[in-house]
Design a protein around this ligand. Structure first.
Ligand SMILES: Nc1nc2c(ncn2[C@@H]2O[C@H](COP(=O)(O)OP(=O)(O)OP(=O)(O)O)[C@@H](O)[C@H]2O)c(=O)[nH]1
Ligand SMILES: [Mg+2]
Length: 435
């Protein structure tokens, strides 16, 4: 059945391919080594992943598809014999897949490639230092840090004017009206109760309340070992950092020794598939793809079957960016979710929405719409480095209470941090603000 989701680019997405530099030519220019490496030497000997469609009842919504392109990365396949070669699968026509599952993929053991090999702009700065100093270095320039930091470093008097200035600074930093009002009201009450000896005592109290706002949502993503594969579906509007975040997660989970697979569910642009494949190759992680214009639900379906057959621990599916106001495209996410659920009723186990930290209050309506369409279970807030305001994190926490799993503080794989409420507030509002 030809999917009715196979679509022409809607008019309002026309610019996405060109505005952010992901044309094939640009990708080729950005990763000059990619084409050579992308031709896997073992491609002809390793058959594509089994597409055991026969063992899963496929309802009419489940797309009938060609076999997916499985692209085991050279790094993963090099050290050990390709698992496919050892598997008892018939080499020619694929009969219904035998019930015994092939052995799990060996954990890629190749050493991490040098940073220069990452699919990044050549100008990307080196990774942030580890620990809190990395957070501080990257968030120092945020509007939040600058306005509130500047305010306290002037050694202000403890009075109503200070509270007004704090209120303005919080609003300007995208903390949002509701969260700002409750924070400032609380500060005012405590000030009237003479709880603070000076402005620095007030600053310490403000830090405490900001941390208290975030602590309930600072819940790291736990990979449930009973779910095999543990399926993560990434969603979000255009250009927020979904694919980059998947690349960073692939590196992280690979380093933790987990077997991984990626699904190139952004079939809107050929460059999007190539971008994910580049991350897969660099990290020794297999990528399931069907190419441009394929039905994303079909890609997800095939990937989950392949990951299941191989006993892969974590499957991460990419999706095309979409505006939260595009009803048809939002419904497509629901379809991906339902199709995954046909193979594993609990899949996806995590719907990870990626939010651009520079978006401001618009992030609230984005999350509301995505949550309604696909039940978001975790957030990644990206681009908190540089000029991000950062305050939207507080607004999201207060409004939804959805766990914030990770924070992006740069473009390097190391720059995806488990969200840490204390480190984040410490970076935005250091304890010792001095002139
Ligand atoms: N500075 C910075 N840049 C980031 C971060 N995360 C992603 N980016 C950059 O944001 C840009 C867009 O990233 P992508 O991963 O392609 O975004 P996407 O959501 O997959 O985009 P679409 O697939 O078009 O919707 C790239 O240039 C990334 O390098 C981050 O945490 N900090
Ligand atoms: Mg993408």
């Amino acid at each position: 059945m030809a999917s009715f989701f196979r679509r022409k680019p809607p008019a309002d997405r026309k610019d996405t391919a060109t505005s952010r530099g992901y044309s094939i030519e640009e990708l080729a220019a950005a990763f000059p080594g990619a084409p050579a490496e992308a031709a896997p030497p073992q491609a002809s000997e390793a058959p594509p992943a089994p597409a055991p469609q026969a063992d899963v009842p496929v309802a009419s919504e489940s797309p009938a598809t060609p076999a997916p392109e499985l692209q085991p990365a050279p790094a993963a396949a090099a050290p050990t014999p390709a698992p496919e070669a050892a598997a008892p699968a018939a080499p020619a026509a694929p009969p219904p897949v035998p019930t015994p599952e092939p052995p799990p993929l060996p954990v890629p053991s190749a050493p991490a490639p040098p940073p220069a090999a990452e699919p990044l702009a050549p100008t990307a700065p080196p990774p942030a230092p580890e620990g809190r100093s990395g957070w501080r270095e990257r968030l120092r320039g945020s509007a939040f840090a600058r306005s509130l930091g500047g305010l306290f470093s002037r050694n202000p008097r403890l009075d109503d004017d200070l509270l007004d200035e704090i209120e303005t600074a919080l609003l300007m930093a995208d903390v949002g009206v509701a969260a700002t009002t409750s924070l400032v009201d609380s500060m005012r009450r405590r000030m009237k109760a003479r709880e603070f000896a000076d402005a620095h005592a007030l600053l310490a109290a403000l830090r405490g309340e900001l941390v208290a706002l975030l602590r309930p949502v600072a819940q790291p993503l736990a990979i449930d070992a009973a779910a095999r594969p543990f399926v993560i579906l990434t969603v979000g509007v255009n250009g927020v950092g979904k694919t980059t975040t998947i690349g960073k997660l692939a590196r992280r989970y690979r380093d933790e020794g987990r077997s991984m697979m990626l699904a190139a569910g952004d079939t809107f642009r050929a460059a999007a598939v190539a971008q994910l494949q580049a991350w897969g190759e660099r990290n020794g992680v297999a990528v399931i793809a069907q190419g441009q214009d394929a039905d994303p639900a079909s890609v997800a379906f095939d990937a989950l079957q392949a990951a299941r057959a191989r006993g892969t621990e974590v499957l991460i599916a990419d999706t095309a960016g979409r505006l939260h106001t595009q009803q048809g495209l939002m419904a497509e996410l629901g379809k991906i979710r339902r199709v995954l659920g046909k193979i594993d009723p609990d899949a996806p186990h995590e719907v990870l929405m990626v939010v651009d930290g520079t978006t401001g209050q618009n992030a609230i309506s984005q999350l509301r719409q995505f949550h309604a369409a696909v039940r978001v279970t975790g957030l990644v807030v990206t681009k908190l480095d540089g000029t991000a305001k950062g305050g939207v994190v507080f607004a999201l926490a207060r409004e939804f209470g959805i766990p914030i799993r990770y924070a992006g503080i740069g473009e390097r794989p190391e720059d995806l941090r488990v969200f840490d409420a204390e480190a984040f507030v410490d970076a935005l509002l250091p304890e010792s603000l001095g002139p």
